[in-house]
Design a protein around this ligand. Structure first.
Ligand code: FE2
Ligand code: FE2
Length: 384
């Protein structure tokens, strides 16, 4: 009797944002299994300082828009579950499977996932328990064969499913691009709600000249690309790089008023000798007051991007480097530093400091003591 029940499919994931890969997998699962229900279960995201994750409500709205675009709107089997998001903590798959097992006694339970997740499945918490309560249902992605499943039993979905990595998609969204894997309806929602730093980019546009805005986006593009190597969260790299010059186009008096910091004496000297450099400290103040940034590392990255300073943190080093070496910089040294950054971030950071110092010396002007101190600290480090 029990085995006559129609199957129930659980589709867990971050859905941050939902993309064509998700809807293609769901459509195939509906076709092949004709289930009683297919639950999308967006996971809970731990808020971390300024990295406010896209809330469940917004992800659910995007998911609905994606399902409509994929022609799946109005399918009564499809449900969006707040089970994981509602618990307000990280939820393990075994808990989710147990929840739906209780909800649908006697129905065959399937857990839908991309075949790229199969190989690591044995490392999941209580994987044995998951397999006792549910059967894995996997869509084959290009580059992953059934043989790579690590001998985990599963049902294969018919068809091939596009490769779409959410982190790459988010990286593009942070820059204001329109990734092809995202349905236009979802892009519309992202724009309307200012998600994926859209709110910050819109405000930044009102503060900068078009050329400076383009420079900020290019700086962010390189920062996003190098973020994994720098050990920095992608969103934080994008935010700091986008905002680093946010005060650069203010009138000098406004810049000077805003530029405050723990090193008042150094700022007074800067104001007297090279007032344009104040835009960095003013940028940190503006990032705080206008953009609501509270993350000390993002503020440090803005404050120190022009001069550098000994003991800069990884995010500040990354923004300093990307400000000089991004694709929008056409002088040959920028290209060389950019190429070096792909190989060795530390060496590229030192090279960026060198290029900036040479530029300052050749200008026959005042060189900021913090830039010289940074150079000296890096030489000391080499000796260690
Ligand atoms: Fe700058
Ligand atoms: Fe800049």
């Amino acid at each position: 009797m029990a085995d006559k029940k129609k199957p129930v499919i659980i589709y867990g994931g971050s859905f941050d944002p939902p993309h064509k890969g998700h809807t293609a997998l769901a459509a195939a699962a509906l076709r092949q299994l004709a289930p009683e229900a297919l639950y999308f279960v967006p996971g809970f995201h731990t808020p971390f300082k300024d990295l406010r994750p896209v809330p469940f409500r917004e992800r659910a709205a995007m998911l609905k828009a994606a399902l409509a675009a994929a022609g799946l709107a109005g399918r009564r089997e499809i449900k969006i579950s707040s089970f994981e998001a509602g618990l307000g903590r990280v939820v393990y798959t075994w808990e989710t499977v147990a929840h739906f097992r209780r909800l649908h006694p006697g129905a065959p339970i399937y857990f839908l996932l991309g075949s790229d997740c199969l190989a690591g499945f044995r490392g999941w918490r209580r994987s044995g328990e998951i397999l006792r309560k549910a059967r894995l249902l996997a869509g084959l992605r290009p580059g992953y064969s059934l043989k790579k499943s690590g001998a985990v039993p599963f049902t294969a979905l018919k068809g091939r499913f596009p490769q779409a990595a959410s982190s790459d998609i988010r990286g593009e969204l942070f820059l204001g691009a329109k990734p092809a894997q995202i349905f236009p309806g979802v892009l519309g929602l992202i724009k309307k709600k200012g998600l994926y730093l859209g709110r910050e980019r819109a405000l930044l546009k009102t503060l900068l000249t078009p050329a400076r805005f383009a420079h900020s986006v290019e700086t962010a593009r390189l920062a996003v690309a190098l973020a994994p190597a720098a050990g920095v969260p992608q969103q934080k790299a994008a935010l700091a790089a986008l905002l680093h010059d946010c005060a650069r186009d203010l009138p000098p008096a406004a810049m000077a008023r805003l530029a405050r910091g723990p090193r008042e004496a150094a700022l007074r000297e800067t104001a007297a000798k090279a007032p344009v450099l104040l835009h960095a400290w003013a940028g940190a103040a503006l990032a705080r007051s206008r953009f609501g940034v509270r993350d000390a590392e993002v503020l440090e990255a803005a404050a120190l991007h022009a001069t550098g300073a000994p003991g800069m943190g990884p995010l500040a080093r990354l923004v300093y480097l990307c400000d000089l070496a991004n694709q929008g910089r056409t002088f040959p040294a920028a290209g060389r530093v950019r190429a070096l950054a792909r190989e060795d971030l530390g060496a590229a950071f030192l090279a960026a400091n060198y290029v900036k110092l040479v530029y300052a010396f050749s200008g026959d002007g005042w060189v900021h003591p913090l830039s010289v101190a940074l150079w000296n600290s890096l030489q000391e480090k080499k000796k260690e």
